[in-house]
Design a protein around this ligand. Structure first.
Ligand code: SF4
Ligand code: SF4
Length: 364
């Protein structure tokens, strides 16, 4: 069964492997190799039999093809209402077809499926809230991505992203030492303005363990200082873990289920090690979904919850404003008309609609 040197069914789990993939600009060779990648139909069908549970099978069967989900998908609207962008069509013609054919699909079919699974669905779950049967196409596309990943049909960037988690326990090449150094450096930059400001590392039994997005350390380090400043002003007893600090999961977007588990387990290990009262995660919505909403199931936690209470940043912020730990200068309230976007991950997937509105009520 031909496998490419870059595009194949093996995950990338070495720094050298990531460097080699990155050197293949825009995945030119990777996608050429993908055109010759064979589908392991036996493995595909066996995986479906072992992992495709009754919920997804039922959703695929009960779809009434009513099309009521169409207008809820922004990709359908943005593509001149192309019938091929109707959520039900997208999933029935890919995952539904793979199951109907018992995994006997070819390279061309998988190339098309990859295109639909990543370029025609963001797994935002919006259509699921409109379907009268509660069919959640976003969840099914997340599952389909896992099948594609196993067969090596995964976008080049996603293969690299999942590999980063396997090698660095972070979505990009940042070591724990780099992360701590960057956080401390950014806090030092603000010390003069906020005397006593510090970043407590690996403190056991703190009220809050704060976790971030590796992107902040690499590209937006001022975000780290801003979080430290707010915890400082609010008088919080907080800490950051030196290991298990990355909340995000590109592995979730890639469909690399093993790396999903590995990544979220590193955060749970930090919780077990430091025993904070709560974890507060950075603003990143998909990170919250990965670690707080879906992560417990990847990690096999029977109660479906992380080891300690884990809240999104806006929950902490609303609480700090509500309790007066943080105060907004009334003169600085926003005067212009504003709108609030309900996000897919922490609003639709985790019900924080009112919390977001509460924060707006203090600042507008
Ligand atoms: S709204 Fe639900 S039942 Fe109707 S086509 Fe969409 S997924 Fe199928
Ligand atoms: S989950 Fe979102 S992007 Fe995907 S089909 Fe549904 S509405 Fe469209």
């Amino acid at each position: 069964m031909p496998e490419g040197t870059l595009c194949n069914k093996k995950p990338v789990d070495t720094a050298e492997g990531i460097t080699t993939l990155l050197a293949d600009q825009s995945g030119k060779k990777y996608y050429e190799e993908m055109k010759r990648l064979e589908v392991d139909s036996d493995l595909l069908w066996k995986t479906i039999q072992n992992t495709c549970k009754s919920r997804i099978r039922t959703w695929l069967e009960i779809c009434a093809h009513c099309g009521m989900c169409a207008d809820s998908c922004f990709l359908y609207l943005a593509n001149n209402r192309d019938p091929k962008q109707v959520p039900a069509y997208k999933i029935q013609s890919t995952l539904g077809e793979i199951i109907r054919r018992k995994g006997k699909v070819d390279n061309a079919f998988m190339l098309h499926t990859m295109e639909v699974a990543w370029a025609q669905c963001t797994c935002c779950n919006r259509c699921g809230t409109y379907c009268p049967h509660g069919i959640d196409t976003g969840i099914m596309f997340g599952y389909l991505r896992g099948l594609c990943y196993q067969q090596g049909f995964v976008p080049w960037e996603m293969k690299i992203g999942a590999g980063m988690h396997r090698v660095y326990n972070a979505q990009m090449d940042i070591t724990s030492e780099d992360y701590i150094d960057t956080f401390q450096w950014m806090v030092e930059e603000s010390e003069e303005e906020y005397p006593g400001l510090k970043v407590p590392v690996d403190v056991e039994g703190a009220d809050i363990m704060y976790t971030v997005n590796a992107r902040e350390a690499k590209h937006y380090p001022e975000d780290l200082a801003e979080a430290a400043i707010l915890f400082h002003i609010a008088g919080e007893n907080w800490t950051i873990p030196s290991k298990g600090w990355e909340l995000t999961s590109l592995a979730m977007f890639a469909g690399d289920w093993a790396a999903c588990k590995m990544q979220v387990q590193s955060v749970y290990d930090a919780m077990e090690r430091l025993k904070p009262k709560r974890m507060v995660g950075t603003e990143c919505g998909h990170a919250h979904r990965a670690t707080v909403v879906e992560g417990p199931y990847w990690a096999g936690r029977k109660d479906g919850r992380p080891p300690v209470e884990s809240i999104h940043y806006i929950e902490w912020l609303a609480e700090a404003l509500r309790t007066g730990k943080l105060k907004i200068d009334p003169a600085k309230r926003i005067k212009e008309p504003c709108t609030l976007q309900d996000s897919c991950n922490y609003v639709r997937n985790h019900g924080l609609r009112e919390v977001a509105r509460e924060i707006v009520s203090y600042i507008v």
